[in-house]
Design a protein around this ligand. Structure first.
Ligand SMILES: *Cc1c(COP(=O)(O)O)cnc(C)c1O
Length: 365
């Protein structure tokens, strides 16, 4: 159990950190875990063989390549950019942290659109960056692009998540173009879930035009490496070097680099699971939409998850866990997300189990 931070120790902390508590993902051992947007299909078996070989062959008595050179060049080839347009991090989270270290700080401004991934505001505030929220539409969760462009004209960092976690919305590429034009600072498109979205949804084609655009990707979601901690940013060499300047030199260890390289070399093997998740997402959405009589609302999503609103969501979430051993993510007390849960799209039998359990709980059986 977390022991908290004593007053004595808290008094010695930097003020922006002293208001925080340790992160608790609220995981518990369950039969079906649909709480963290992982790929529940798991690594395809031939990719697993390649990853295992990479891990076995990893050389541990020497420091890792600071910039993950082999993985970096494989990622560059994949995305059709030069190696100097790629930086690899210890998960996307580390790259977000580095973004705020490099471009945040006092007198700097983050602009983002909530509800969204809570990490942006957390890191911004930790390094004393003012956080400006351009709220999403409370019904559709679409961004207000005009208001966002207006706010971007005074921002050091704009972060837009596409598909957005936890609401699933895409951000139109033409609006990203307007942001890049308007913003004197960096525009980060967080595309952690872009592999699940329709082709043509990514802001990546704009990279050739805008030196202030950065696109974040991760191997944690589509590519089954949440445990491996590999993320990467595509951006201009200047932005890449700014992130490289503040990073811990050896943050990406040899095992992660080896596993990432094997997975990226075999990226085509993930296609069938990704396609199945996208079609299961639509099936799950249809089924949930059919539960309107039970008070359920579900929003369309371009990610591997759905946002679902229902009566007494917090109680439902706990009963799913305790009575059905199914874990989903509780957003019911987050601003703008009253009575909302986020469910990861799993394999067909996992989704069936979730639907069945939800029906029973909401019918009061
Ligand atoms: C999961 C996620 C990330 C990155 O996750 P890592 O595991 O740290 O790579 C980034 N942005 C969003 C919106 C996410 O949901």
């Amino acid at each position: 159990m977390p022991q908290g931070i004593s007053d004595r120790i808290r008094a010695a902390m930097r003020p922006s950190a002293a208001v925080l508590e340790p992160y608790d993902p609220a995981f518990s051992q369950v039969r079906i875990n649909l709480s963290a947007n992982e790929n529940t299909y798991g690594m395809p078996s031939d990719v697993k063989v390649a990853v295992d070989k990479g891990l076995c062959d990893a050389v541990t008595n020497r420091y890792p390549q600071p910039l993950s050179n082999e993985l970096r060049s494989e990622l560059a080839r994949w995305h059709g950019v030069g190696e100097d347009h790629v930086i690899v991090g210890n998960g996307g989270d580390e790259l977000l942290f580095n973004l705020f270290l490099a471009f945040g700080g006092r007198d700097h401004v983050l602009v983002s659109c909530e509800p969204t991934f809570s990490v942006y505001r957390l890191y911004a505030e930790l390094v004393e960056t003012a956080a400006v929220n351009v709220p999403r539409d409370p019904e559709t969760f679409e961004c207000d692009a005009d208001a966002l462009v207006e706010a971007a004209s005074r921002a050091s960092i704009v972060v837009v998540t596409s598909p957005n976690n936890p609401t699933g919305n895409l951000f139109p590429v033409e609006q990203t173009r307007r942001l890049c034009e308007a913003c004197p600072g960096i525009v980060l498109l967080d595309e952690a879930y872009m592999e699940f979205a329709p082709d043509g949804s990514s802001a990546e084609p704009l990279l050739a035009e805008y030196g202030n655009l950065a696109v974040l990707h991760t191997l944690s979601k589509a590519f089954c490496l949440a445990g491996g901690r590999i993320g990467y940013v595509l951006a201009s060499p200047s932005v890449v070097n700014a992130l490289a300047a503040v990073r811990q030199p050896y943050s990406v260890n040899v095992f992660s680099q080896a596993a990432g390289l094997a997975a990226v070399r075999s990226r085509g093997a993930f296609g069938p699971a990704i396609a199945s998740i996208a079609s299961e997402r639509e099936r799950l959405l249809d089924e949930l939409a059919g539960m309107g009589g039970l008070g359920v609302t579900a929003w369309p999503s371009a990610g591997n998850f759905l946002l679902v609103r229902m009566p007494d969501a917090h109680v439902v979430r706990n009963r799913l866990r305790d009575e059905f051993s199914i874990l989903v993510r509780d957003f019911s007390s987050a601003p703008g997300l009253r009575d909302c849960l986020r469910v990861t799209v799993g394999m067909p039998d996992e989704n069936d189990a979730l639907l069945d359990a939800l029906r029973r709980l909401l019918k009061g059986e």
